[in-house]
Design a protein around this ligand. Structure first.
Ligand code: LLP
Length: 422
């Protein structure tokens, strides 16, 4: 996250002191660096070299329209999982021929919308879905381009909630049924079978599960060819992990040992699988979400109170699980740092939100520089799966979102008001 950095103990987003933004826009506040987003996208896309490919940004990570427009302008494709995401992708300017529609439970009206908009591929996940796609395409007098999402039974070695490539997960078609599924798809009217889709999980930090999946894809395609089936397209999914611990270093900040192992860079991930996938001669699509936006965003929150219960110290902030769900849902680690470093003295605290739930925390047993009411904290690496998972629980309006580009600031979503709760 090189666009968030301390200058004289004051945290900046690109060229802007974050405290200035807090004064103007209040807290909780989502803050994004435009240049970090573009740089992240380019580093993934350029890793393909001259290979025929499309880097499809996975909208689910962050679907703010302004961020989408930025990526569409850079030439990215889009991975969508609902009619709503498809609507946003089209509105942002992603061309339909660079859009893949994935998802385990597409409704008939969503399939109809995707076909009417002529998306590049519907990624089907079951026999019944294939039949429905065929029926809808027939009714609309069109041909549905379809890829089959195959579940390869490979462990992504990530959190169980975001592991998707095991047979015990709901996603994709069981690899043992994959050949039959392709035959079935080929027999259906108004369906053109173009490709194979895999996505084994998210926040994957090692190359091995990807390499194993790439090998699976190559072997499976060879089997398909033997049985006379040829496809031209591989959608390899997303899942590249990012570094959450020690995202920013400063001598006042405690060095975190949480998952301290190094995280492979997206370019290294691409380089590890590309030579394998190239053997197939297919075009290769990727669907990165987190690796494009995670380290380009932070959640800024104000300390309301500090207190001690027994021997536990609490820092109560004005952001909680309604603003950033990841710590509560996955016990996820986000580094939390003071926006202005005023002391080098740290203490172990729980950083908790104002929601009436014991599970409402941003961090537990965390070494934090000593803080007092009105101090401002930055929850780092919050650009992915942050704002998109906000809620109105406890009747809390959603935070504002701000995009910084050098010394320029743009409000890309207004802070909600009580009227938005009605
Ligand atoms: N493609 C498909 C089919 C997916 O299901 C996902 C993510 C992606 C691409 C993008 O994966 P990424 O590159 O972002 O890892 N809420 C969780 C993450 C859920 C991921 C769901 N699927 C979290 O906060 O960690």
């Amino acid at each position: 996250m090189r666009y968030f950095l301390y200058k004289e103990n004051e945290l900046l987003c690109e060229d802007i002191p974050i405290l200035e933004l807090v004064e103007e826009y209040g807290t909780p506040l989502y803050l994004y660096s435009r240049n970090q987003i573009v740089e992240n996208y380019k580093s993934i896309d350029s890793a393909f070299g001259s290979t025929d490919h499309v880097t499809c940004y996975a909208l689910k990570a962050n679907s703010n329209l302004h961020i989408l427009k930025l990526l569409a302008e850079e030439g990215a494709g889009a991975d969508v999982v609902s009619a709503g995401e498809l609507f946003l992708a089209l509105k942002a300017g992603f061309p339909p021929e660079k859009i893949a529609f994935a998802g385990v439970g597409k409704r008939e009206d969503e399939i109809e919308y995707a076909l009417a908009q002529k998306v590049f591929s519907l990624n089907a996940e079951s026999h019944q879905e294939l039949q429905l796609i065929s029926r809808v395409a027939l009714r609309l007098n069109t041909t549905a381009r379809v890829s089959l999402r195959i579940n390869p039974d490979i462990d992504a070695q990530s959190h169980p909630y975001i592991t998707t490539g095991l047979h015990s997960n709901k996603f994709g078609i069981d690899s043992s049924q994959a050949l039959d599924a392709f035959r079935h798809a080929l027999s259906l009217p108004s369906v053109e079978v173009i490709g194979l889709h895999t996505h084994i999980g998210s926040q994957i930090t090692k190359t091995e599960p990807f390499i194993e999946t790439a090998k699976f894809v190559v072997q499976f395609l060879a089997k398909l060819h033997e049985s006379g089936v040829r496809i031209s397209h591989i959608d390899f999914g997303g899942g590249f992990g990012v570094q959450y611990a020690n995202a920013i270093r400063h001598e006042a900040l405690h060095v975190e040992d949480h998952g301290s192992g190094s995280v492979t860079s997206p370019a290294e991930f691409v380089a590890s699988v590309l030579p394998i996938l190239q053997e197939t001669g297919c075009s290769v699509w990727l669907e990165p979400g987190r690796s494009v936006v995670a380290d380009a965003g932070i959640l800024v929150t104000k300390v309301l109170y500090t207190k001690e219960n027994g021997n536990k110290k609490f820092v109560v902030t004005d952001a909680g699980m309604t603003d950033l769900l990841r710590p509560s849902l996955y016990n996820a680690h986000h580094q939390i740092v003071p926006v202005r470093i005023e002391t080098y003295e740290s203490e172990k605290v729980d950083i908790v939100g104002p929601i009436c739930e014991t599970g409402d925390f941003l961090a537990r047993d965390r070494m934090l520089t000593k803080v007092k009411p009105n101090d401002v904290l930055a929850v780092l690496t919050a650009g992915a799966y942050g704002f998109v998972n906000t809620s109105h629980y406890n009747a809390r309006p959603r935070p504002a979102e701000i995009l910084v580009n050098g010394d320029r600031v743009r409000v890309i979503r207004q802070r909600e008001t009580f009227e938005d709760l009605v």
